[in-house]
Design a protein around this ligand. Structure first.
Ligand SMILES: [Cu+2]
Length: 174
């Protein structure tokens, strides 16, 4: 079969470009530690309020003994609950997300937080907020007519201020 030399050249160019792009994707995902959500843990989404972990009183920020943070959040049409939370910067934070109704997504720009929240499953992502500030939390899976308005903020405060913060869970009942 005859292939024109010019055409052959362009075949190599396009194959080379494809290889380059795949290489860049693999390399960056390796460097940033991107991986598919792998936490297979089931939960009854219709009975979250009766579950131990995701009952209303247990939602929000909790500090572990070792200083790391655990955050439990519920995604529901159309918001992330609790509505506003505070976490420290530069600290290992494990988020556990569940859906109350349909498929949602959660994306926090500038972090590795981007996961689906499937009804019936617990999505767990560990992240670190490098800098204090207000981080947007966006739903990135179309979940209904209010999807465009499904976003909130997480306020990340400097680590030294966190220590004296009065907004930590548990302080209110002292
Ligand atoms: Cu949505």
């Amino acid at each position: 079969m005859h292939i024109d030399p010019l055409e052959r050249k362009w075949i190599y160019v396009s194959l080379g470009m494809t290889g380059l792009f795949v290489g860049v994707i693999l390399l960056t995902s390796f460097i940033h530690g991107v991986n598919a959500p792998s936490n297979v843990e089931t939960i009854d989404s219709a009975r979250l309020h009766l579950s131990k972990e995701f009952a209303e009183d247990n939602l929000g920020v909790e500090e572990n003994v070792d200083g790391s943070i655990m955050v439990r959040m519920v995604a529901a049409r159309y918001g992330f609950f609790p509505r506003s939370i505070k976490v420290p910067a530069d600290t290992k934070i494990t988020f556990r997300w569940v859906s109350f109704d349909v498929l949602h997504g959660v994306h926090i720009p500038m972090t590795n937080m981007s996961t689906m929240i499937l009804p019936g499953f617990v999505a767990e992502v560990t992240t670190v907020f490098p800098k204090p500030g207000l981080y947007p939390v966006l739903c990135n899976e179309y979940c209904g007519r209010g999807h465009d308005h499904m976003w909130s903020n997480i306020s990340v405060i400097a680590k030294q201020h966190w220590k004296q913060s009065s907004n930590k869970k548990g302080d209110s009942d002292e």
